[in-house]
Design a protein. Sequence first.
Length: 526
Amino acid sequence: MKQRPVSTLFLSLVSLFLGVLLAAPIARPALAQDAGAEPTVRFAHVYSGGGPIDIYVDGTVAVQQLAFGTVTEYAAFSGGDHQVQVVATGEAPSAALVDTTLSFDNGGTYNVLVGGQGDKLDARSYEVNVDALDPGQARLRFIQAAPDTGNVDIELAALSNADTSGVSGNGTDGLKPITGIGFTDASDYQTVIAGTYDIVVREAGTDTELTTLPSIDLASGNVYDVVVLGQLSSNNLTLLPLITRISQACGEILQIGTATDGCVRFVHTSADAGALDIYVNGTKVVNAISYGTITDFTTIGTDKQQIQIVPTGQPATNAWLDETIDPAAGDAYQVTLLGIAEKDDNNDNDFRLRQDRVDLSSVPVGQARVRVIHAVTDGGTVSITTTGGATLFDNLSFGDATDYTTIAAGTTDLAVSGDNNQVITTAKGVEFKEGMVYDIVVSGLASDNSVQLLIAPTTAEVRTGAQGTPLAVSGAQTPTTAPGTVAAASVTAVGSPAAGQATPTPVGAAPVTPVLTPESTPTPTS
C-alpha cells in the first residue's frame, strides 16, 4: 500500500454522553457498610460486523441490544469475580457465545470489550487510569481490536495548537510513536497536552498506512481509550474513542475564576479565638468568620500566598498567624484553623493552620467521596462508625486528616467515638449524594460536650464515559459507501433476529442504551 501524507481534512471528534446507566444491580438506597469504592464498568461491542448482543452479569441481564461500535455508560458492580455471558440479542444465557469470569478490583474503572475474530468471541477487561490530571492535560492509549491487521504502529502528530513540550516520553522531535500493538493488546498510557492531533495507523515496522484520522481533539481532564476496530477485509477499519471524564479545574467545577486559578475555603475550629478576619497577600478575603463555620470557596493565586489570621477589626500587622501556602493551578484547598489561641504550655494544641487539597476529580457512579479532619483539642483519638456499626475512620489523632475514601451514596447515621469507644457525638440522617465530595470536620470540645460535625459538601462530577462516534477515516481502506458485510458464517456468532441470516450493524449506527430506546448518534461532518 502506498504511503500517503496525513490528510489536512479536519474532522471534529463528536462525543455522545449516554445518560442511561446499565440495568445491572445499580440502585443502592442505603449507605454501603464497606467503605471501599465499588468498581465501575462499561461494555463496548467491537466484534467486527456482528449483530446486536445482550450481556448477562452473574445471571442477570446488564445490557440489551448493544450494537457493533457502541458502548454503554459506566455502572457500579461489586468488587471481585463476576460471570460475564454474551448472547445474541433475545437469547437466554444458556446460549452464551461468551461465558467467562472477569475480576474487578474495588476502586477500579474498566472498559470491557466484546470482540474476537472468526467465529470466536471473547470479553476482555482493560482498567482505565483515572488518576487526576493537571489542568491542560489529557491521557491517551490505544487498544488494538481489529483482527486482520496484525501488529500496528500508531503515530500521534500534534497540530499547531498542541504544545508537546510536556508530553510524557516524547523527544525533541515530537511525540514518540507507539509501536508493535498486537491484536487485543493495549499500549501504555501517554500524558499529552490538550489540543488537536492527527493519528496515523501503520503496519508494524513499515511505512504502510492502514488508516489516518485527522484532527482529533483531546480535551483537558479526559482519558481517551482509542480502539482500533473493524477489518481491512471488510473495508471498515476505523477508530472508536472511549472517553472517561476524570478532572476539571476547580474554577470550572465551582464556577469561580478561571482554569488557571486555585480555589480555597476556610474552616474555623478554634474554640477560644472568637471572630477572625483572613487576609491573603494583604487583601482581606474573609470578614468576621465565627467559630464553627466554613466559608464558601474563593479564588486564590498559584504563586506563594501569604495567609494572615487577625482578630476581627484589627490590621493585618496584628496577625496571630502569618503563614505561606503554595497552591497549584486548578486545585482546590481547605484551610482549617486548628487549636487554641491562648498560649499552650504543652506545645501540642497551639493555634495553627492545616492545608488540605480537596479532591474534585470525578466520583464513581452511585458513590460519594468522604474525608475526616480531627479538630477537637481535648478529644484524644476518634473513630467514626455508620448506622450498621461499620467503621469508616479509626483512631484519628487531633490535627490529623484521613485520606479520602469512597462510599455508596445514601443516608446514614454517624457516631463519633473517643478513647475507650465512648460515643462523644452523633449525627442523624446524614445524606451523602452521588458525585459529591464531603469534608467532615470533628470540632468542639469534649470537656463541655460541644463536639459536633461540620460537614462541608462540594460538587464534583459523577464519573461519566462518552463514546466518540466511530469516525470515517482518510486511509486507502476508507469505504465510499456503508461498511461492507461479512460472510454470514462469521457473524452468526453474534446472531441476529433472523435465524442463520445475520445482518451486521454498520459502524456509526445508533447506539442502543441498555434496556431502553435507541438514541441517535451524531455522525462527523467533513
